[in-house]
Write a protein that binds this ligand. Structure first.
Ligand code: CA
Length: 398
């Protein structure tokens, strides 16, 4: 019996009234999920952009809900992101997983960097997914909250060997680490998307400039990277430029993946709404960066970047990482190119526990992706059996 069973049965809201039924459902659910369920414990951080929707769907195809301690939303209107994340998680059978709002802010509080302007100013998140009235009501709520910081502290206090899946800027995690450095030992691994691209410099050597996740909170990113004692796997933007031509997954380069999504669109609401979210995002990018229109338009609504999904695929199958190296990374917060981002210095270091992914095996990437997509409907059904049987109480999880 997995340890998580104990936690799960203890936290049933409705256990007394429907105990025999719940017991039967749980047994069914657990025997069904045990084929590929371990007792891993994850905390996920998301900004709910379309590629995070892809990543969260894939994650739900690989992990039963009892492996997820909580999901935190961060960046910009993190309250709206919380509502959208809750909706998505319910659709994939993660209803009992707490979704907690983290740090955010109005777009103007973030640093003005030209390369991240389109993403910074995207305000139509949730259109055609939530009703205009719901969106209006949500808009009045606070953009930012300290709830996520407190929830992560409680989760780390009460658990060991926690794996962090960081699909967004590390603002809230770094706040936790600064306040409670004693909790660092509870973190087993950080799987993180962030990094830089390589741009031509004054000399023959390219200059590394930070990309969106780090540009949205450069201070937090710089601090996290100093914690070389924490095992991390870093998926940096520059790798995807070289491993994937054009940096996008679409009908032309990965038709089987896009077909896989098409097949699930009507069956799974989480995939149907992924298309809606992607279309809204693509339209915004085309309006704001007209030069990208010819590239985006042919695949509008049916494409995404492989970065955040790769973090989840790498957890499921480390073989997608063809090559990695131990590195020390220092961001120079005094050297900002307002068109791109901060300069980054990367050196090999045998004593650092930061593993930088140098190359993605695109064959493994595609086969793992397709495997998880294929598994998703059945795993969602199994997740739902668990979630109907038992809604976890937040206090008892933490
Ligand atoms: Ca993201």
């Amino acid at each position: 019996m997995r340890p998580s069973h104990k936690v799960y049965t203890h936290s049933c809201v409705c256990g007394r009234t429907f105990a025999p039924l719940i017991a039967a459902v749980l047994i069914l659910g657990f025997s069904a999920t045990s084929a590929h369920a371990g007792n891993r414990k994850f905390i996920l951080f998301t900004d709910m952009e379309p590629d995070d929707r892809v990543a969260l769907n894939l994650f739900a195809g690989a992990h039963p809900p009892e492996e997820v301690l909580l999901v935190g939303t961060t960046v910009k209107h993190s309250g709206r992101k919380k509502v959208l994340a809750q909706r998505l998680l319910e659709q994939v059978g993660y209803k009992g997983v707490p979704v907690i709002q983290g740090q955010g802010g109005h777009p103007e509080v973030y640093l003005e960097i030209a390369s991240s302007k389109a993403a910074r100013t995207y305000a139509q998140e949730g259109e055609n997914i939530l009703s205009p009235r719901e969106l209006q009501e949500i808009e009045k709520r606070p953009y930012s909250s300290g709830d996520l910081e407190s929830a992560v502290i409680r989760a780390l206090e009460k658990n060991q060997d926690v794996e962090i899946v960081m699909l967004a800027p590390p603002t809230d995690l770094v706040a936790v680490i600064e306040k409670r450095p004693d909790l660092i030992r509870k973190i087993k691994h950080i799987h993180i998307m962030g990094g830089w691209i390589e741009v031509p410099g004054a000399t023959a050597l390219p200059v590394r400039r930070t990309t969106y996740n780090w540009n949205m909170d450069p201070g937090a990113a710089a601090k996290l990277l100093q914690h070389e004692e924490i095992p991390m796997t870093l998926y940096s933007s520059h790798v995807f430029k070289t491993s994937f031509s054009g940096g996008s997954i679409n009908d032309k380069n990965y038709p089987k993946i896009i077909d896989g999504f098409r097949e699930l669109q009507t069956e799974l609401p989480s995939i149907g709404e992924l298309k809606t979210a992607t279309l809204s995002w693509d339209r915004h990018i085309m309006e704001n960066i007209p030069v990208l229109k010819p590239v985006i338009e042919p695949f509008a609504g049916s494409q995404f970047t492989p970065t955040d999904p790769s973090v989840v695929l790498g957890i499921e199958n480390p073989k997608i990482i063809e090559k990695s190296s131990r590195v020390s990374i220092r961001m120079d917060l005094g050297d900002l190119d307002p068109a791109r981002g901060y300069s980054v210095n990367v050196v090999a270091s045998e004593t650092s526990n930061i593993h930088l992914v140098d190359k993605v095996d695109t064959v493994e990437f595609e086969s793992t992706f397709l495997k998880l997509l294929k598994r998703l409907p059945e795993q969602v059904r199994m997740n739902q059996v668990n979630q109907h049987g038992c809604q976890r109480l937040m206090n008892e999880i933490f």
